[in-house]
Design a protein around this ligand. Structure first.
Ligand code: FES
Length: 546
């Protein structure tokens, strides 16, 4: 056990818990300003913004001896007896001077800077800076340089070197470096070797000022207009925790949400920029019924009853549930189909696989399995059918004439079925296709139902390591689109609005795989639902968490 004193408050740390001054102070509610330190990167102690007074308390006499000089909190371990003083006049003056030094050459272009509103330099200036500028105000320079995946605003850089360390320690690609010395130092890339790797977008999040800008987000939205929502990335089976930043039902960017068990502080570019399909104009946005050769738009009002009626008369039934739908939606659809035909075939949709798993030196992995919920859907199917029927097996069963009516819950953001496979569904008495985009299968469907995209639905996903995480809806679906969960809820005759939480509780009661405990992690404020099967692993990892 270690006792650390921070501004007179005692913090007791368990044996073996290693924290620096910044992390220890956070645990007692004190924020020490910092630029170069980041919990996911090595410590360089270069910006000097975290300077504090440090001393040591004698265990026997209780006497405190303070060091004469200020030291960086990021580089000072919080061991037993350490005393941190973060509010003295000496510390205040040091912070003000660091701010003044940084602002001497920093262009005051906040009105056109993407980072304004979430810039640490701005925030710390108001919190810790000098009330008046002592240097001359000169016309600023704002050199802009294309360094590959992101744009560098050279003069805004405060040389914290987070981005350089990221490319060395996490992505392992080492494209970024510091050139020049002293006041001439700049971030740059080697000629002919631009910043280009699948994790490069993270350097924009890491940049505490607006020096590194995201080309996808540049000048598109001011950060104070956007609302951020907790969500789960659905572009691969890792299921990274993310923030969705949106304004008026339009997504402007995705950012990583720290999660020590899944993605630490990072996300890949595939996930970060893989949201544009949500606003694609080619999306299906109206329910339609095929009558002869033509399609007729329908109203949602009477449609649930009509679909139930048609399904009842089309037995034997089958359902295809894609690994993009949530656990709750998969459960409700299986329940619905089995309530109409107790012997219905329940199959998992095709699992999209692209290339190989990508492992990065920092431990981050991007999986070849490009769907978020194969494990969850398979667990639901196994509960209802006792086994998981693959898509290929279902095609064979269709060829054998084992079903006359099929419901396909697609929701794939990418093309997922070819003409040859789709032809196996031809000739069915009833084919209901629920998907995001038109496909060879929807060309054959008796009913085409528009599906909701990941940001428009609420529900849970189980990633490849059996972590079950819940995602909230961030934007409303386009007019005419009804999220799958709400439709199944209504078709099952359940009152009111779809309530994924109550469905998940129901699932957890019935299916051992989903028997879950809620795990609150105070340091990150995360609310994770931890699968029992993964709980042992979770405890192991939690013990290493800071
Ligand atoms: Fe400690 Fe930069 S955060 S020196």
């Amino acid at each position: 056990m270690a006792v650390v004193i921070i501004d007179g408050r005692e913090l007791i740390l368990p044996e073996g818990r290693r924290l620096n001054g910044i992390e220890a102070a956070r645990l007692v509610g004190i924020e020490i300003p910092h630029y170069c330190w980041h919990p996911g990167l090595s410590v360089v102690g270069s910006c000097r913004m975290c300077l504090v007074e440090v001393g040591m308390r004698d265990a026997k006499t209780g006497r405190i001896t303070m060091q004469p000089k200020l030291v960086p909190a990021c580089n000072t371990p919080a061991v037993d007896g350490t005393v941190f003083v973060t509010t003295s006049e000496k510390v205040r003056q040091a912070r003000a001077r660091v701010e003044e030094g940084l602002l001497l050459r920093h262009p005051i272009d906040c009105p056109i800077c993407d980072k304004a509103g979430e810039c640490l330099l701005q925030d710390y200036h108001f919190l810790h800076g000098q009330p008046q500028r002592r240097a001359d105000l000169r016309p600023y320079t704002s050199r802009r340089r294309d360094i590959g995946d992101v744009t560098l605003f050279v003069d805004r850089c405060i040389m914290c070197s987070r981005c350089v360390r990221f490319t060395r320690e996490i992505s392992g690609s080492s494209e970024l470096m510091v050139v020049g010395r002293g006041a001439q130092e700049e971030i740059d890339v080697f000629p002919g070797r631009p910043l280009h790797n699948n994790l490069s977008g993270n350097v924009v999040d890491l940049c505490p000022v607006g020096a590194l800008a995201d080309k996808d987000f540049l000048y598109r939205q001011r950060v104070w207009f956007m609302r951020c929502h907790r969500a789960i990335c659905t572009r691969c089976a890792v299921g990274c925790s993310i923030w969705i930043d949106e304004n008026q039902d339009r997504i402007y960017r995705l950012r990583p949400r720290p999660n020590p068990f899944v993605n630490k502080w990072w996300i890949c570019n595939e996930g970060r920029y893989g949201y544009h399909y949500v606003h694609d104009r080619r999306r299906l946005v109206r329910p339609m019924r095929r009558e002869g050769q033509s399609l007729h738009e329908l109203d949602w009002g009477l449609l649930p009853d009509e679909l139930c009626q048609r399904l009842r008369t089309a037995a034997p039934l089958a359902a295809v549930i894609s690994p993009f739908v949530s656990v709750e939606e998969a459960y409700l659809l299986c329940k619905l189909i089995r309530s109409l035909d107790a012997q219905a075939v329940l199959a998992c949709g095709p699992i999209p696989l692209v290339g190989q798993d990508q492992n990065f030196p920092g431990g981050f992995v991007v999986l070849a399995e490009k769907c978020p919920n194969r494990r969850g859907v398979e667990a639901v199917l196994a509960h209802f059918a006792g086994k998981v029927v693959s898509f290929d097996e279902l095609l064979q069963q269709l060829a054998d004439g084992l079903a006359r009516g099929v419901w396909v819950a697609g929701g794939y953001p990418m093309p997922w079925i070819d003409h040859q496979q789709a032809q196996r569904f031809a000739g069915l008495e009833l084919l209901i296709v629920q998907d995001l985009f038109p496909s060879p299968l929807s060309d054959l469907a008796s009913y085409i139902l528009p599906a909701a995209a990941f940001a428009e639905r609420e529900g849970s996903y189980v990633n490849r390591n059996d972590w079950l995480q819940t995602s909230a809806w961030a934007i409303r679906p386009p007019s005419g689109v009804r999220p799958e969960g709400q439709l199944y809820w209504q078709m099952l005759g359940m009152p009111g609005l779809f309530n994924p939480r109550s469905v998940l509780d129901d699932i957890a009661r019935q299916i051992m795989f989903f028997s879950a405990a809620t795990c609150e992690i105070p340091e990150t404020g995360l609310d994770l639902r931890v699968n029992l099967l993964a709980e042992g692993q979770a405890d192991k990892e939690r013990s290493h968490d800071v």
